[in-house]
Design a protein around this ligand. Structure first.
Ligand SMILES: [Fe+2]
Length: 247
């Protein structure tokens, strides 16, 4: 932009501005608020602290210093004018930033619970005893294997949306709302009851999440959650069928 005298205004002059040390640079009107590593600012020829940069043409330059804006950054910024307020990865996916933040939160919640159910099924698989041991041992293992697939589906959707996958076991334990698996049980009926309760709880949450994803106009996340929900219902049927038999 030029002023009335034909001179370039400061914000388009390619200037760099000092920013708070340790923070990402301001790009245009907003910032990423993510810490830069100390090492990144000390490369030869680069300033020792984070900078604020506004470039005129948005073109990418080789060996950019930390804080400079690439053409890719500019394209993402133009597509999503509201910059991230939480720690997210850049992506060109055509879903609004605000929706993706909510979807990631929703998916990470279901991920924690899916990890929990995966291990609850293993707990049942390892500890079940009694006359129906072998069939229950197998059906519980099938639940665990299926849930490993759901964990992967949910986690990868978080990544596709630019989020950080909260898949570590301690995070799952912290965030899951599924009731804790009882340690004292051994009989087939008790394990069937405990695992079917976990499947019921997860299935209910997954079904609710489908509506949540649809509310953010993300048919793909809704489709993944539908697949997970449908599979959970099938597993619940398999497990409950044992409860209704003589075990
Ligand atoms: Fe096994």
């Amino acid at each position: 932009m030029l002023n009335s005298s034909g001179q370039r205004l400061p914000e388009e002059s390619g200037r760099v501005e000092q920013a708070s040390p340790g923070m990402r640079p301001r790009i245009g009107h907003a910032s990423w608020n993510r810490p830069l590593s100390r090492a990144s600012g000390s490369r030869a020829g680069c300033p020792p602290v984070a900078l604020s940069v506004t470039l005129q043409d948005g073109t990418d330059r080789p060996n950019r210093c930390p804080g400079e804006v690439s053409g890719y950054d500019r394209a993402v910024q133009e597509d999503h004018p509201t910059r991230p307020t939480i720690d997210m990865h850049r992506t060109k996916i055509d879903l609004p930033q605000e929706s993706r933040e909510k979807l990631i939160e929703l998916l990470n919640a279901r991920l924690a619970e899916a990890i929990d159910v995966t291990m609850q099924a293993k707990q049942a698989h390892w500890n079940v005893r009694g006359p129906s041991f072998f069939s229950l041992h197998q059906v519980f293992d099938k639940v665990s294997e299926e849930f490993e697939e759901y964990v992967d589906l949910l986690a990868e959707r978080v990544a596709q949306l630019g989020g950080t996958v909260e898949g570590a076991i301690r995070l799952a334990a912290k965030h899951s709302v599924i009731a804790e698996y009882p340690l004292e049980i051994t009989g087939g009926r008790a394990h069937v009851d405990a695992l079917s309760t976990a499947l019921y709880s997860f299935g209910r949450l997954a079904r609710q999440a489908i509506a949540g994803a649809e509310g953010f106009d993300d048919a793909d996340t809704a489709d993944i959650l539908t697949e997970v929900s449908r599979g959970t219902d099938q597993l619940l049927w398999l497990v409950e069928a044992h409860l209704q038999a003589e075990v």
